[in-house]
Design a protein around this ligand. Structure first.
Ligand code: NDP
Length: 463
């Protein structure tokens, strides 16, 4: 049967863009549909604008640190509107760049949402188009808890467009987004209160990482309120009143904005999955690899080749809720295209995926945490760990600490996990991740000469 396209991709985010361009490079006739700006969560309202705001938030700390090095005290304040406009301009530039890349690759773009009508037909832009294969790459969206007044709270989608900088922001959540924005907003000059329903941030990460970041955040001045149960949010003349129960006591604070970041769910509404028999796995039947406490919500069920229950329909990225990170979505998308259009069947490897938390202090990690390793290997786990004041702070007087940690299999001497909290952790761990992925042993680390003086050298001098 003749189809309009060899491949129709729904969603022009990281996974969809990578897959469509790779498939087109093999000569496939490809179309992609996107109802929002091209680029997806990472480019439009995630990694990229977030990282720009992280950069912006670091200056206030640097101004303070500079005094210890002899610079006069800097009195500076942020022009929020300037920052938001500059970030938005960069996001739009990148989105256009992705449109140009699609054009260059010969991928046809439909600037409209698409929904599935049957296994080979989608409805897009008021038209019915057919395709031999369909790839779903629709990403996820933030969820809000069911608490009265939640309509006043924003999510990470809206924070990049706040008209004014909140003087005081309340943040509810304990994952990547909550802790990263707590540090960003604090660095930008807002007062920050972070609400945790448990007593620790970043469930699933190595315990030392959790503790080090949380201590660092609190020491900088972020107020962290633990073991709370959210009660309500109300609009009052002074702002937004957040009422909560702390252990057994009822309390409330007033803030100018409330950010909720308690997880994300696949964006499956109005997609028409039921029209094509594409199965969705639920919390109960989900059996997908999960790392770092990723949320367990319903997702499109896929096999190792990202194939859904319908043989010609595939899904990649956050809508499959495997590891919800941009480079993973890109990797899954390319593996799909190589397999289906490049005559090169291959699976994306979900092992040893490194990730970073862009807090202050920053953290990054690859491989197994100490507790994961002990669960797997029992006593056969050796931990190497150093916590120290980084050289930069010897003159600033700040009580900042850097943590480096290796998790090693005693039997094989293999390094199973590497973790770091401190300046440039993401940059350092990216290199260490290559070694961990290649199966390096502790002896290999020891045989590597350090770069002196640096923080990274601690990874090859741990005793
Ligand atoms: P996460 O899934 O990372 O974390 C959400 C956390 O919020 C949970 O672990 C839970 O912690 C807490 N929580 C859940 N329900 C409630 C509730 N009702 N009240 C209070 N707290 C609650 O979600 P995020 O929204 O932070 O991030 C979503 C995704 O975005 C992640 O999967 C991540 O992959 C991605 N991301 C990655 C980044 C990076 O790589 N740097 C940056 C930003 C996002 P607990 O159970 O301990 O209470």
């Amino acid at each position: 049967m003749e189809y309009d396209y060899d491949l129709f991709v729904i969603g022009a985010g990281s996974g969809g863009l990578a897959a469509s361009k790779r498939a087109a490079s093999y000569g496939a006739k490809v179309a992609i549909a996107e109802g929002d700006l091209v680029g997806g969560t990472c480019v439009i309202r995630g990694c990229i604008p977030k990282k720009l705001m992280v950069y912006a938030s670091k200056f206030s700390h640097l101004y303070e640190d500079a005094v210890g090095y002899g610079w006069s005290k800097v009195e500076s304040h942020l022009n929020w509107e300037h920052l938001i406009t500059a970030v938005d301009k960069e996001v739009n530039r990148l989105s256009q760049l992705h449109i140009d890349y699609l054009e260059k690759a010969g991928v046809e773009l439909f600037k409209s949402r698409a929904s599935i009508l049957d296994p080979h037909t989608v409805e897009v832009d008021g038209r019915k188009v057919t395709a031999d294969k369909i790839l779903i790459a629709v990403g996820g969206e933030a969820v809000k808890p069911n608490v009265p007044g939640m309509e006043y709270a924003i999510t990470s989608r809206e924070i990049f467009h706040l008209k004014e900088q909140p003087k005081h922001i309340a943040i509810i959540g304990a994952g990547y987004i909550a802790v990263e924005f707590a540090c960003i907003m604090y660095g930008l000059g807002s007062q920050v209160t972070l609400f945790l329903r448990g007593d620790r941030i970043l469930k699933g990460f190595d315990e030392d990482i959790r503790t080090s970041i949380q201590e660092g955040m609190a020491q900088h001045g972020i107020r962290i309120i633990c073991n709370i149960e959210g009660k309500s949010i109300e609009q009052v003349p002074e702002g937004l009143k957040v009422s909560f129960k702390e252990k057994v006591t009822d309390s409330a604070i007033t803030a100018d904005a409330v950010l909720v970041a308690i997880g994300r769910v696949p964006n499956l509404g109005k997609l028409g999955l039921e029209n094509a028999g594409v199965e969705v796995v639920t919390c109960e039947d989900e059996d997908l690899p999960r790392l770092h406490g990723y949320s367990v919500n319903c997702a499109i069920g896929v096999d190792e080749y990202s194939r859904t229950s319908q043989p010609n329909i595939f899904a990649v990225g956050d809508c499959t809720n495997r590891i919800n990170l941009t480079p993973v979505a890109i990797g899954e998308g390319r593996a799909f295209a190589d397999t289906e259009f490049g005559n090169n069947p291959r699976k994306f490897n979900h092992e040893n995926v490194a990730s970073a938390v862009f807090t202050q202090p920053e953290a990054a990690t690859v491989g197994l945490s100490e507790s994961e390793a002990k669960r797997k290997l029992g006593d056969a786990v050796q931990i190497y760990r150093a916590r120290f004041r980084p050289m930069f702070h010897s003159l600033t007087g700040a009580d900042e600490k850097t943590l480096v940690k290796l998790v090693v299999d005693k039997n094989t001497d293999r390094v199973l996990g590497a973790h770091m909290v401190g300046e440039y952790a993401a940059e350092v761990i990216q290199g260490v991740a290559i070694a961990v992925n290649m199966g390096a042993t502790k002896k290999d680390f020891d045989a590597t000469v350090g770069i002196h003086p640096s923080t990274a050298e601690e990874f090859v001098t741990l005793r």
